[in-house]
Design a protein. Structure first.
Length: 136
């Protein structure tokens, strides 16, 4: 359950474009909160709140250096998120490969061109089948 809570905080933090920009900036090296604030036009208080959210998700580590707070990236939560994404990427790739094999091997169906990974939407034989989702 702890891993799920960590992933929830990581993905919630990554959902905000300002926080993603902070992570991109910190990818080039450590920076103070003032340095992170300068290009954004945001207040120091606003930037501190974003950094605190990233820190509580474990994505950023801060430490006090003199009168400023130095920020740098932390690796572990991103590694956890990448492992979670990779698991589901493999799962869906296997499922889609299985669907592709099923569609390719169905008897009585015309063979798809080699290398084709998508069914041809113009090959629908059922005239009642919608070609796009029904609108309101």
């Amino acid at each position: 359950m702890v891993q799920q809570e960590t992933l929830n905080r990581v993905f919630a933090s990554l959902a905000d474009p300002t926080r993603r920009d902070i992570l991109i900036r910190l990818g080039t090296g450590p920076a103070t909160i003032s340095e992170l604030t300068a290009p954004t036009g945001m207040s120091l208080t606003g930037m501190k709140k974003h950094v605190q959210a990233l820190e509580s998700a474990g994505l950023v580590v801060t430490r006090k250096v003199g009168r400023s707070r130095q920020c740098r990236l932390a690796d572990a939560p991103l590694d956890d998120a990448m492992a979670w994404l990779a698991f589901y990427q493999r799962l869906w790739a296997r499922r889609l490969d299985g669907l592709d094999a099923y569609l390719t091997l169905r008897p009585g169906q015309p063979a798809r061109p080699a290398g084709s990974t998508r069914a041809d939407p113009s090959a629908r034989t059922d005239p009642t089948s919608p070609t796009r989702p029904e609108g309101p």
